[in-house]
Design a protein around this ligand. Sequence first.
Ligand code: ADP
Length: 153
Amino acid sequence: MEKTLVILKPCTVQRGLIGEIIRRFERKGLILIGMKMVWLTDEILSEHYSHLKEKPFFQRVKEAMRVSPVVVCCWEGVDAIQVVRTLTGVTNGRAAVPGTIRGDYSMSMQENIVHASDSPETAVIELKRFFNDNELYDYKPLTLSSLYAHDEY
Ligand code: ADP
């Protein structure tokens, strides 16, 4: 099974949507194996958004991520990285398809509810960036055999 990082952004915390967004992932059948609230630093955000450092909105995106604490989560499942990206929808909330998280909750390119790792390589790097090893739990829910066929996981 894969592990992926999701960050519930300050816009989500401010709007009181933490529970609703967590529920989306739970309802899908993803397994929550780590979660904490943290106030991110400019340093960690510069690293996390380094692929945007030449963009004019780099500073603004980082500042928006420091308006309040965020909730960082690790979700586990078969193909979890792609499944979470599909549930999340495209970057621009106005263009995101209804039914996706951004499509249902966001009107913005920047204030778009969640961050989700975009590949297996970045998921490994990002999980290490935000979690210590002892903050991720190795357990299997009792519902696993109802979530998957036995040869799927
Ligand atoms: P995604 O979060 O969909 O993987 P990116 O990695 O391209 O998208 O961008 C990271 C974050 O930076 C986005 O989620 C969004 O909050 C912000 N962002 C990206 N492009 C823009 C833009 N043109 N204007 C404002 N904010 C942006």
